[in-house]
Design a protein around this ligand. Structure first.
Ligand code: ADP
Ligand code: MG
Length: 294
């Protein structure tokens, strides 16, 4: 594309709330072969409302909520904010954690009083000896719903789960359809969430492939693998955990309106409007730009 075409493309994009940082990005976006999406906050709204708290093993759901909410006060993940909100509605005062550690894109751990609490996605329980999948109560209650879930272990024993509702964005399905109609070969959902929910959300959105239970580094590996197969891999994400994958893709697009500054920093393109359908506009503006006579 000519410099004039690129500048006019960047201009046109800016007018509809799309910030394209470089001329190269607009041309690469036009040539997108595979579009990869993060789940939480990108395909879904990213405001996971607590729907249900499951507890067993003699522990009450109040206890699960109190301990988990107390620990999550120190995390800024959307899941954490919603658990804390729920905890504060129920209890006047949350407890102060004795220790705290966040494992990016997987969950949190720490001490509340004399209890050691571990909260998060299936990946956080790997190598802990805590088997979340063989627990009949949990799988029966949670799996069929294909919901987003944070599992809760107390002192090395699975004690409960918090089930969230996070709806897909209203424009997600039509966006995927449109991408396919303009020649995008493959659409992929990458998520740290459990497989059952990844399947559920990708089916709802019409996304052709999914990979679940990935920690942020595994999202990067997935992107790198795709880049060996395809020249132009476009990734769309919103969260702090998505920055490495955005940086590893040919073109990284950040949901900027509600997403983190870190993902916007790592991206080549930032959507200032909170609509995932803007991804189609990006590619279409790119296509027009490169088709302008040289
Ligand atoms: P996605 O890949 O869908 O955008 P994230 O990478 O943000 O999701 O998180 C992946 C999963 O890790 C979540 O579904 C959740 O189960 C778990 N998780 C991440 N952070 C936390 C946290 N602070 N508390 C509990 N669970 C968390
Ligand atoms: Mg996310």
């Amino acid at each position: 594309a000519t410099p004039v075409a690129v500048i006019s493309g960047i201009n046109r994009a800016a007018k509809s709330g799309i910030i394209i940082k470089t001329g190269a990005a607009i041309e690469q976006a036009a040539r997108t072969q595979v579009a990869v999406f993060d789940k939480t906050g990108t395909i879904t709204h990213g405001t996971p409302v607590v729907e249900k708290i499951i507890s067993f093993d003699g522990i009450s759901s109040e206890d699960i909520l109190l301990k988990t909410a107390s620990l999550e006060q120190l995390s800024s993940h959307p899941i954490a904010s919603m658990i804390v909100q729920k905890g504060k509605e129920k209890f006047q005062k949350l407890l102060e954690p004795e220790s705290f550690r966040e494992i990016a894109g997987a969950g949190v751990e720490g001490r509340i009083g004399s209890d050691y609490i571990l909260v998060g996605a299936p990946s956080i329980f790997e190598n802990t000896g805590i088997d979340i999948l063989s627990n009949g109560v949990l799988t029966d209650t949670v799996k069929p719903e294909g919901r987003m879930v944070a599992f809760v272990a107390i002192n090395g024993k699975l004690s409960g789960a918090i089930v969230f509702g996070d709806e897909i964005r209203p424009d997600a399905k039509s966006m995927i359809k449109k991408l396919e109609s303009i020649g995008i070969k493959k659409t992929i959902l990458l998520t740290g969430d459990a497989t059952s929910n990844a399947k559920n959300i990708s089916e709802q959105a019409g996304i052709s492939h999914y990979e679940a239970e990935l920690v942020p580094e595994e999202k990067v590996i997935a992107i790198k693998k795709l880049r060996q197969e395809f020249e132009n891999v476009t990734m769309v994400g919103d969260g702090i955990n998505d920055a490495p994958a955005l940086a590893a893709s040919t073109v990284g697009i950040a949901m900027g309106a509600k997403g983190t500054a870190i993902s916007a920093e790592a991206a080549d393109i930032v959507l200032l409007v909170d609509k995932v359908s803007k991804v189609v506009d990006v590619i279409e503006i790119g296509k027009r730009t490169i088709s302008v006579a040289k």
